[in-house]
Design a protein around this ligand. Structure first.
Ligand code: NDP
Ligand code: GDR
Length: 353
């Protein structure tokens, strides 16, 4: 029997990879997209289907995580076997500027979707995936971080996701729902949003190499992240919903890298090796060959509270789901720089923050 999935956040990085994965597996896929004044479906153009064809396997529906009635109607109309809740205001720094909206979309939005399932009597038949995050760990309590490590959120984003995490656990226990949290560490790809640090770096390295940009300004170069490939992480989401029992799982590589090192990798891959001078806000990156200044710190990118170190232990996912990452952070940087070089050779470049 053909399975049906509903993906919120289908226009985002993970939504695009997940929709592709599920279509490849023969699913019928419905995606929730927000109304926007300009096209916001660039990442899913390759799988878009003309709604006029008979029985399309991929359909988009307008909606918003802040609108309960919309979510109830959408779940009722699409009757999904599996719901993947990926929609969120997902930028940590932006959450300090829009804390209430972030709480509404990321925290209460998750509750709205769970309630929609319950109101429609689907709590025993539909499986639910929640996009939880390594940001829940926040201030370091234990390394590497695993499912039993205590949470200590350090941003309005993480606090909203903390509520979402626990409401998923509560609905699982209270109503017997097959609802799972994927505690995913940072995962990137050529489809990564342009204002997240890896993509900001790989785009800048490509643009500087092509003579289209002079400088890259960054915030905290000492923060360390466990970076994996998004394509591999969405497979983990799917595996969680295929398991007999719902549970919570960390997906990570187990390798942690400072932002500064990711910058070095990306510039090296773009053919401009760097050397560093100075410390803190005065730290600067120069081209090792020409001596030209290319990278500088701008405190505007510092966060009021920072998450300094993330490194995940994915043993449980490996043992119970058979999930393992394949792409190393080093190879990930290479793939992203190559993709940005290719895109920029042909397309005009916009400015990112
Ligand atoms: P993106 O920011 O790329 O995508 C977020 C998606 O959510 C977009 O489709 C966006 O729409 C949509 N969205 C935002 N606000 C709303 C709203 N109010 N109503 C409906 N849709 C909304 O994130 P990722 O794909 O990287 O991440 C997917 C999920 O996983 C997010 O929940 C994120 O917080 C979480 N996560 C991500 C990790 C990562 O490293 N990538 C790690 C751990 C968790 P639009 O395109 O219109 O902006
Ligand atoms: P993060 O990702 O906050 O981990 O959240 P991001 O790439 O934004 O930051 C990673 C680290 O890099 C530092 N940094 C900068 N970050 C940005 N965006 N821009 C800069 O110029 C810059 N300079 C240094 C940050 O301070 C931080 O320490 C991502 C999101 O996808 C979340 O939705 C997800 O939950 C977590 O990953 C896991």
């Amino acid at each position: 029997m053909t399975k049906t999935a509903l993906i919120t956040g289908v226009t985002g990085q993970d939504g695009a990879y997940l929709a592709q994965l599920l279509l490849d597996k023969g699913y019928r896929v419905h995606g929730l997209k927000r109304r926007s004044s300009s096209f916001n479906t660039g990442r899913i153009e390759n799988i878009y289907e003309d709604p006029h064809v008979d029985d399309p396997r991929f359909s988009l529906h307008y909606g918003d995580m802040t609108d309960s009635t919309n979510l109830i109607r959408l779940v009722q109309e699409t009757q999904p076997d599996e719901i993947y809740n990926l929609a969120a205001q997902s930028h940590v720094q932006v959450s300090f500027e829009t804390p209430e909206y972030t709480a509404n979309a990321d925290g209460i939005g998750t509750l709205r979707l769970l309630e929609a399932m319950r109101i429609l009597g689907m709590e025993k038949t539909t499986r639910f995936y929640q996009a939880s995050t390594s940001e829940l760990y926040g201030l370091v309590q234990e390394v590497p971080q695993k499912e039993t490590t205590p949470f200590y959120p350090r941003s309005p984003y993480a606090a909203a996701k903390l509520y979402a995490y626990w409401i998923v656990v509560n609905y699982r226990e209270a109503y017997g729902m097959h609802a799972s949290n994927g505690i995913l560490f940072n995962h990137e790809s050529p489809l990564r949003g342009e204002t997240f640090v890896t993509r900001k770096i790989t785009r800048a390295a490509a643009a500087i190499a092509l003579g289209r940009q002079d400088m890259l300004y960054l915030g905290n170069l000492d923060a360390r992240r466990d970076w994996g490939h998004a394509r591999e992480y969405v497979r983990g989401m799917w595996l969680m919903l295929q398991a007999d029992e719902p549970d919570d799982y960390v997906l990570a590589t187990g390798e942690t890298t400072p932002v500064r090192t990711f910058v070095e990798w990306a510039f090296e891959d773009a053919g401009i090796p760097l050397r560093w001078e100075g410390e803190g806000v005065d730290e600067k990156g120069y081209c090792r060959e020409t001596g030209k200044l290319l990278v500088a710190v701008d405190p505007r990118y510092f966060r009021p509270t920072e998450v300094e170190l993330l490194i995940g232990d994915p043993t449980k996912a490996q043992e119970k789901l058979g999930w393992k990452y394949e792409t190393s952070p080093r190879d990930l940087a290479r793939e992203m720089v190559q993709a940005d070089l290719e895109t920029m050779r042909t397309a005009p470049i916009g400015k990112g923050a």
